[in-house]
Design a protein around this ligand. Structure first.
Ligand SMILES: O=C(O)CCC(=O)C(=O)O
Length: 289
């Protein structure tokens, strides 16, 4: 459970590091699960497994397999969407009652569904940046803009290996068009004319230890720099949506092929599992097509 002052901090700043939510064993299990999915060893595949920076993941092409050693390409952020569909440990992770209780508190919701999850893995040395963005504009099939993400690193996320950077208060400034990432340094490039009076853009790095959890609002400005360090930076984010979130298609998203409701309806269905209903929900595997 979060305290009143933690909820206030989240509402004021748009993000919060709540500390440890996973044991070291759970973190190790998720790392193993990630290795299995990346090696193509699971029966079911995730919705997406790609290099977010474009191009191949591996220097010798993207064919999956565990023929070691694989050498990563030059600029890589491995993005995996809905690893929960592929791997049992991630399936259980999306229902973790410690995490869903906090997410429900932050959303002020009686019901929570999973919109989708995503791994972002920046391999040592070649891990590249994730540009400054707000999540909500990248999700043009949902309304309203009040989703919350639980972001948990599987390695200590530090300034050296590409931890998240955040802009406090930015979730209260609406949708910002044209946020960009500089070639040098990591301060966001933005349009001052779009900011409300009194808004001050001060980007800060947010170091989070492995197994600890950072929550952010879907309008909070954030991004993460390159990983030039010799250490991996792996993280699992679960995007939770309140029970009132509706399917309102205005653009395309990788998950739209999984939507089984009509425009304007609540975004419900087996690909968007209920994980909180006035209390924690027990994991139940539904048959996916
Ligand atoms: O893992 C990262 O560096 C970025 C994650 C992110 O953008 C998110 O979870 O919304």
């Amino acid at each position: 459970m979060l305290t009143e002052s933690q909820i206030r901090e989240f509402n004021e700043r748009g993000f919060i590091n709540v500390g440890r939510v996973l044991t070291d064993e759970q973190v190790e299990g998720l790392r193993e699960g990630l290795d299995r999915v990346m090696a193509g060893k699971t029966e079911r595949k995730p919705e997406l497994l790609r290099n977010l920076a474009g191009g191949d993941i591996y220097a010798d092409g993207d064919a999956q397999g565990d023929a070691a050693p694989r050498v990563f390409a030059n600029a890589v952020v491995i993005q995996i969407v809905n690893i929960w569909e592929a791997e049992e440990r991630y399936f259980h992770h999306i229902y973790n009652p410690l995490i869903t209780t906090m997410a429900a508190q932050l959303c002020g919701a009686e019901v929570l569904r999973v919109w989708h999850d995503q791994i972002q893995y920046k391999p040592p040395g070649v891990g590249t940046y994730t540009g400054w963005h707000q999540d909500y504009p990248a999700w043009p099939i949902l309304e309203p803009a009040d989703l919350v993400t639980a972001w948990i690193p599987l390695d200590d996320a530090t300034v050296e290996n590409g931890c998240l950077w955040m802009v406090p208060g930015s979730h209260r400034w609406g949708i910002h068009k044209g946020l960009r990432t500089p070639e040098e340094g990591f301060d966001p490039i933005y349009d001052p004319a779009q900011l409300p009076a009194g808004a001050r853009v001060v980007a800060e790095p947010l170091e989070v230890k492995a197994g600890h959890c950072e929550f952010h609002h879907c309008l909070t400005w954030h991004g993460s720099p390159k990983n030039p360090s010799p250490h991996p930076r792996r993280a699992i984010a679960v995007h939770y949506m309140p029970g009132h979130t509706r399917f309102v298609p205005r653009g395309r998203h990788p998950m739209d092929v999984r939507v089984e409701v009509a425009p304007g309806e609540i975004l419900a269905g087996k690909y968007f599992p209920v994980v909180w209903d006035k209390g924690p929900v027990a994991p139940e595997r539904l048959a996916l097509t």
